[in-house]
Write a protein that binds this ligand. Structure first.
Ligand SMILES: Nc1ncnc2c1ncn2[C@@H]1O[C@H](COP(=O)(O)OP(=O)(O)O)[C@@H](O)[C@H]1O
Ligand SMILES: [Mg+2]
Length: 225
């Protein structure tokens, strides 16, 4: 399945805090081609997570427009928004976000539970994905029994469960040591390339960023309220 193109136009986000207002994205524009792999850099607080949350439909757009694969996210609400997040987007987070009471396989099966797949299909696909990320031998382990690198592989398998056309990874290697990080990135790269998915990865590491098609840099903007 092909990746989605993304168009972000004139997006501004402002958070009110006790210390005043913080404008994290100011008239922000970004165009991403279908299947492009992009690294997003910038200091802490620059709005990297906010940008991914907006594009992923996790955060409501205050001003401007975001169109993903022809769908204007501002027009999505309720079930349609949930379906967008579920069907189009795969998320990978720094802290993995696996459910501690479920095994690796169950975490992946759960991600498929809103689709029309039978439980037998879900199980088979979870096994296939665990295999693809090189961790089939840990299928019945819970997150507490997995290393950071193993956890992130499971999280990546989960993100791929519904064949997303957009992969959003927020500092996916931020909690991993150098060699493990390198392997997880290779995997992320390869799975995105194999599936054709558009990939947006937040990273602080210039060496990591260089492997992507393009690097964009976000700058923080703090304004008085
Ligand atoms: N829900 C929120 N309420 C108030 N401020 C927020 C909220 N989310 C993010 N911020 C602020 O917006 C800025 C950008 O946050 P974030 O997008 O997480 O940046 P980054 O991921 O680049 O570190 C930070 O200063 C943060 O404190
Ligand atoms: Mg962040």
């Amino acid at each position: 399945m092909a990746g989605v193109p993304i168009s972000v136009r004139d997006v501004s986000m402002r958070y009110s805090t006790r210390g005043g207002a913080v404008e994290v994205l100011a008239d922000f524009d970004l165009a991403v081609d279908a299947g492009e792999r992009l690294a997003i850099m910038g200091p802490s607080g620059a709005g990297k997570t906010t940008l991914l949350a907006l594009i992923g439909g996790l955060e409501a757009i205050q001003r401007g427009s975001i169109v993903v694969g022809g769908t204007d996210l501002a027009h999505l609400h309720g079930d349609a928004l949930a379906a967008y997040r579920y069907q189009t987007v795969g998320f990978v987070f720094q802290h993995f976000g696996l459910l501690g009471n479920l095994s690796a396989r169950e975490n992946i099966e759960l991600a498929m539970s809103f689709g029309g797949r039978s439980s037998r299909d879900r199980r088979a696909r979870a096994q296939l994905l665990l295999d693809a990320v090189g961790i089939a031998h840990r299928a019945d382990h819970r997150p507490a029994e997995l290393s950071g690198g193993e956890s992130q592989r499971v999280a990546l398998a989960r993100a791929l469960a519904n064949e997303p056309r957009l992969l959003l990874a927020d500092e996916p290697t931020g909690n991993l040591d150098g060699e493990t990080a390198e392997r997880v990135l290779e995997l992320l790269d390869r799975t995105a390339a194999d599936s054709g998915a558009t990939l947006l990865t937040v990273t602080h590491d210039p060496a990591v960023a260089r492997r992507f098609d393009r690097i964009i840099q976000l700058e923080p903007r703090v304004i008085a309220s």
